[in-house]
Design a protein around this ligand. Structure first.
Ligand SMILES: [Zn+2]
Ligand SMILES: [Zn+2]
Length: 348
């Protein structure tokens, strides 16, 4: 079968390989792959900054954001042929640590977890894959075109869950949300904010085009200014850019009792002058919380699937700006300014 692979550690080694069918030892559920979404993590793997092949392989099949259709499943598994499913990216470490043992592999303590298409497990950019029944999440058939957005949605579903758990520490009546970055993760974070009935403000650099339109059509407010310049004082911030100056802006401009969720990964080595005393003073005197979040467990996949099913399907499909045939992967990785989410169509 065809698969999109890289040789970890070798830059630009992306290729279509002919691989054997997935072994039955991978699990009793056989899934026909439909779509794989691409993101910055894939770009980093192609650049050989990242990525680890399975122990018995010298290539890594790429692709963690995924959607597939069950071809066969064991009786009694609550999965049936034709079901639309998404494979859970991270799997618990073999030890397992107490977080993984409790099903919270997104909070893994020892770093020995594996991740499909990233770390030690083949990804989903191949014609077929196999899994254990508990390693996939069934999605509503109406998500057949947009279910590939579930994995990035799980990241913000976890972020929102953590925000609400932190908020529950004391009086919490959030009204205003700021999301920095109008890429797929930022737009999905904004969607979940709107679904909660909050006043959502999205910040990005672009001044025209699809991103401002998508924000407006969601019923949120778009800003091409910075958060400090906008005058918005958010009760909740979800930072999705990782840009150091934006990170400083959000941790210094939340409202009293504010919760700031950091979900964007920054480059290392850029320095920004900050008055750490002023930041500390404000955090203490305003009961501020700043926290980081990564990855997702089954609970977040289920919350994300419910959020996508409740959303306007036409709006979701506009997030997928290009669908590229697997064989045209070079084109898919050729980043264009108007791209939001680029998806590989595995069936084409
Ligand atoms: Zn991704
Ligand atoms: Zn663990």
């Amino acid at each position: 079968m065809r698969a999109l692979t890289v040789r970890p550690g070798i830059k630009d080694s992306l290729a279509i390989d002919d691989l054997p069918e997935p072994p039955e030892s991978d699990g009793p559920v056989l899934v026909e792959s439909l779509a794989v979404g691409l993101c910055g993590t894939d770009v980093e793997i192609v650049a050989a900054d990242y990525g680890e092949a399975p122990p018995d392989a010298d290539v890594l099949v790429l692709g963690h954001e995924n959607l597939g259709k069950v071809a066969s499943a064991p009786a009694g598994s609550d999965l049936a042929p034709g079901d639309f499913v998404v494979g859970i990216v991270r799997r618990p470490d073999p030890e397992p640590c107490r977080a993984c043992a409790g099903g919270e592999w997104d909070m893994c303590r020892n770093g020995l977890y594996t991740e499909h298409g990233i770390k030690g497990l083949h990804g989903f950019a191949r014609e077929r894959w196999r899994a254990q029944p508990d390693a996939v999440v069934k999605v509503d058939p109406k998500l057949r075109d947009v279910g590939v957005l579930l994995e990035p949605t799980t990241i913000v579903a976890k972020g929102w869950e953590q925000i609400e758990r932190i908020g529950a520490r004391a009086f919490f009546e959030p009204k205003v949300v700021a999301v920095t970055g109008a890429g797929p993760v930022g737009l999905l974070a904004a969607l979940l904010g709107v679904q909660r009935g909050l006043d959502v403000h999205v910040f990005d650099r672009v001044t025209a085009g699809l991103k401002p339109d998508l924000v407006a059509d969601l019923g949120a407010t778009y800003h091409s200014t910075s958060l400090p310049d906008s005058g918005v004082r958010p009760d909740i911030v979800i930072e999705c850019t990782g840009v150091p100056a934006v990170v400083v802006d959000v941790i210094t401009h939340s409202a009293t009792d504010g919760v700031v969720c950091l979900a964007g990964i920054s480059p290392v080595g850029a320095t920004v002058p900050v008055d750490i005393g002023a930041i500390n003073r404000m955090a203490v005197l305003q009961n501020d919380v700043v926290f980081g979040t990564v990855n997702a467990n089954r609970r977040h996949y289920e919350a994300g699937a419910a959020a996508l099913a409740a959303a306007d399907q036409a709006w979701l499909s506009r997030l997928i700006t290009r669908r590229v045939a697997l064989d045209d992967f070079t084109d898919a990785f050729d980043r264009r300014s108007d791209d939001v989410k680029v998806v590989l169509d595995i069936k084409k």
